[in-house]
Design a protein around this ligand. Sequence first.
Ligand code: ATP
Ligand code: MG
Ligand code: MG
Ligand code: MG
Length: 451
Amino acid sequence: MFKRIQTLLTQKETHKKVTIRGWIRTRRDTGSFSFLEVNDGSCLANLQVIADKDLPNYEEDVSKLSAGCSVVVAGTLQESPAKGQDVELQAESVEVVGWADPESYPLQKKRHSLEFLRSISHLRPRTNALGAVTRVRSRLSFAVHSFFQKRDFAQVHTPIITTSDCEGAGEVFQIRASGETKEKPFFGQQAGLTVSGQLQAEVYALSLGQVYTFGPTFRAENSNTSRHLAEFWMVEPEMAFCDLDCNIELATDLLKFVLQDVLANCVEDLALFDTFVEKGLVKKLQDVVNKEFVHITYTEAVDQLSMLKGTFEYPVEWGVDLQSEHERYLSEILYKCPVIVTDYPASIKPFYMRLNDDEKTVAAMDILVPGIGEIVGGSQREERLDVLTRRMNEAGIDLEEYGWYLDLRRYGTVPHAGFGLGFERLVQFTTGMKNIREVIPFPRTPGFAPC
Ligand code: ATP
Ligand code: MG
Ligand code: MG
Ligand code: MG
């Protein structure tokens, strides 16, 4: 019966006849048989196969196997005398499905640099590190959906093609239908790829109460940082009858829930990162789950950071956004835990964030984590029609174009709030990977590799 290696290694049912399918990692020959290490991607571990020299196709096939070849092996699972593994497979047949030329196969038995692996994004998931990242990413995605579904949030598929640049940061990729003109590129109108599903999620929050969107977003970031991609995935919940505190509580609960889930379900993969990528990673994640986050205001953050003259490349000044170096300092060095920063200056935040009574700050919140800085950005939304229109006019936004958004404040407005969690930054934090390019299957950055 066909089985995944992870199942075999967990159940350890010796004397059973099983079939596995996977790719050779190594072959080692001894006097009367060969050891084949086979990996099928189900887990980090390989299953050791014993292939005796009296197998009918030993000379022709088995003796020529090398890293990267694909095989189907049938045999009996037995206890293994070798250290570090409980079971091994005594082969009764080894079928070679696809050969891999050992001269040209890029993944040799050595540790390849992550930079090199980026240049072969079609083969890198066959490595331990990238296989593990992919499994952890998948589990985190599942945990995100579980979290919201358990809390009775409806998932809304917000559009990819939009006309609104909701962040106002000028990072939209314009799209062009073939044959259309440069001026009116999308069947006679301007359109671009979404930079955030938030505004459309607000529509559904103000009818279904609590919703979330989890999809790809696009930003023309022509920057070369370790935390920005041009195409990334964002988790964006939006809740009616919710203020900034309730928003912070949800974001905190979400982070703790998904990390607890991977700690329980990705034990081996996290242990690999703890050993090879970030020492103490598992303890860091456990602390996030178990300890309170620090909560400070933007003004307090600026006060604390501006005392550290000479520490930073960029100036710290009230009214200027925090840079990644400031965010990292707060979470990595000053507090050594996630830090929630609230009440940013209105002048540096988009029009939709709710103006505080001081008229200078908005009910915004960012969550900063060690090693990355901002992982979550959110706010209570401006639900008052008069204040919102004033803010939009000040920002030079066309009120007519946003008539639908204003309607939400005209007809049954309610306080509401939401946030965006950068999914790749979450995977980065969870795996300890320093560069965001390692945590998405096919990273899109300026000059990305084909595929
Ligand atoms: P940053 O300050 O790092 O540029 P931002 O403030 O522009 O981020 P938001 O508009 O608040 O980002 O988006 C919400 C979340 O989406 C961020 O907290 C971050 O986790 C993630 N994010 C934003 N831009 C990117 C990007 N280019 N690549 C990957 N994740 C991103
Ligand atoms: Mg940005
Ligand atoms: Mg930011
Ligand atoms: Mg932000």
